[in-house]
Design a protein around this ligand. Structure first.
Ligand SMILES: NC(=O)c1ccc[n+]([C@@H]2O[C@H](COP(=O)([O-])OP(=O)(O)OC[C@H]3O[C@@H](n4cnc5c(N)ncnc54)[C@H](OP(=O)(O)O)[C@@H]3O)[C@@H](O)[C@H]2O)c1
Length: 95
């Protein structure tokens, strides 16, 4: 079975202050996961969006993302080349 993730970038909320997370994501564990995501992005020198997309691809989930500019498209496509090592995947899975 192939799993497709709709709206994997949460319409830009991972990186855009003008696009706050929807209230339905504001549960107690969300902040921990968000910090793990931001830490991973910082360590890898990439964006949180790219880590999200790479993590989904690592787990064979197809991310159905949207892009409304060439810059956004290029950022997303670069995630295809981003390899997450096993330790980092464990950290993200366990966050
Ligand atoms: N069938 C369903 O139930 C269902 C539900 C949800 C979604 N979908 C489908 O899933 C697809 C994806 O949905 P979506 O477009 O809402 O998903 P998304 O990938 O979470 O959000 C895309 C939006 O995020 C912003 N964005 C993209 N790349 C960015 C970047 N690098 N930095 C900052 N912001 C960035 C852009 O907003 P701006 O345009 O404002 O810049 C873009 O339009 C669509 O085809 C949608 O129809 C289906």
């Amino acid at each position: 079975m192939t799993l497709v993730a709709y709206q994997p970038l949460l319409t830009g909320s991972y990186t855009r202050p003008d696009r706050p997370f929807e209230r339905r994501y504001a549960h107690p564990t969300a902040y921990v996961r968000y910090e793990a995501l931001r830490g991973a992005a910082r360590d890898l020198g990439v964006t949180p969006n790219q880590v999200v997309l790479a993590w989904l691809l690592h787990h064979n989930v197809i991310p159905l993302f949207g892009a409304s500019s060439l810059e956004q498209l290029e950022e997303a496509l670069a995630a295809v080349e981003l390899q997450l090592d096993a330790d980092l995947v464990d950290q993200l899975d366990n966050a």
